[in-house]
Write a protein that binds this ligand. Structure first.
Ligand SMILES: NC(=O)c1ccc[n+]([C@@H]2O[C@H](COP(=O)([O-])OP(=O)(O)OC[C@H]3O[C@@H](n4cnc5c(N)ncnc54)[C@H](OP(=O)(O)O)[C@@H]3O)[C@@H](O)[C@H]2O)c1
Length: 266
């Protein structure tokens, strides 16, 4: 299976395109010749990226600055995606919180579920029928190694990424034979603004330097995996070890181990 051949009317959508993995995905897709729809809240960053990619790669890049955790704003984007020739959808925007759920800010936890799970579902529901009708398309869902097992002190994030991981892998199989594919990107630590957004400064100190992968590496692996029609892409050796450990260590053991680690993050 290969990626759809880019055309002037078709678009690749990247959510979370103002930072980190999303910027790198947008750059890689533009390099492949895709015109883009870039989505995130920070309009200035999206505009600067759109101008840079259009100038460098001769593609069109449209900006949709919005809060994807807002159902009303999201509905407008969904209506647009359902109407347009969307060839690639990268459901990538997301953030994490760390700490005890009992003392967490309930609004922020709900916002996390809206963004990491419900928005991913909504955007996929919007773009998928057109892709299947046209017999071509590719969906990337950025889940996480955090979605493979329980995540005490990171509970909402782990649960929201379990949804993302399972949705992606379910669709991967369901779409077989339709010409449309779905790939899960399930990274471990990637050097982005993730730790800052999670208000988790200790993450940097807790994970030794060589275990981090770059956003560019994660995006390159994701695009190569999509092009190869892969079910799951796990960039870097450490994330692969995390994946095996998280999936095969008995839950009675992995929960307490992660509790001891995650409680030190904030
Ligand atoms: N970095 C890691 O270690 C790691 C590991 C596993 C999985 N991931 C996942 O990778 C994905 C990308 O994260 P990243 O590492 O690149 O982090 P990042 O640098 O913080 O980027 C997050 C992106 O999501 C966007 N975003 C956040 N809240 C949003 C909202 N309410 N509406 C619209 N866009 C929103 C941000 O843009 P605005 O702030 O401009 O809205 C930004 O573009 C996320 O799903 C994350 O959970 C990251």
């Amino acid at each position: 299976m290969s990626l759809p051949t880019p055309s002037p009317t078709m678009r690749a959508v990247v959510t979370g395109a103002s930072s980190g993995i999303g910027v790198a995905l947008a750059e890689a897709l533009a390099q492949h010749g895709y015109s883009l729809i870039l989505v995130a809240r920070r309009q200035d960053r999206l505009r600067a990226l759109a101008e840079r990619l259009a100038a460098r790669h001769g593609i069109e890049a449209e900006v949709r600055a919005m809060d994807l955790s807002d159902r009303g704003a999201r509905a407008k984007l969904c209506a647009e995606l359902a109407d347009r020739n969307i060839a690639v959808l990268c459901n990538n925007a997301g953030f994490a919180t760390y700490g005890e759920l009992a003392t967490a800010n309930p609004d922020r936890e709900r916002q996390q579920v809206e963004l990491n799970s419900v928005a991913v579902h909504d955007l996929t529901l919007a773009a998928l029928p057109g892709m299947v009708r046209r017999g071509t398309g590719a969906i990337l869902i950025t889940g996480s190694t955090a979605g493979n097992q329980p995540g005490p002190h990171n509970a909402t994030y782990a649960a929201s990424k379990a949804f993302a991981n399972t949705l992606a892998e379910s669709l991967h199989v369901e779409l077989s034979g339709t010409g449309v594919q779905c790939t899960l990107l399930a990274p471990g630590p990637v050097r982005t603004e993730y730790a800052e957004a999670a208000e988790a400064p200790n993450l940097d100190r807790m994970v030794p330097g060589p275990l981090w992968v770059s956003a560019e590496q994660a995006a390159a692996d994701a695009i190569a995996g999509m092009a190869a029609g892969r079910r799951r892409v796990v960039p870097g050796l450490f994330a692969k070890v995390q994946t095996v450990g998280g999936q095969y260590t008995p839950r009675g053991l992995v929960g307490p181990i992660l509790r001891a680690i995650y409680r030190k993050v904030v």
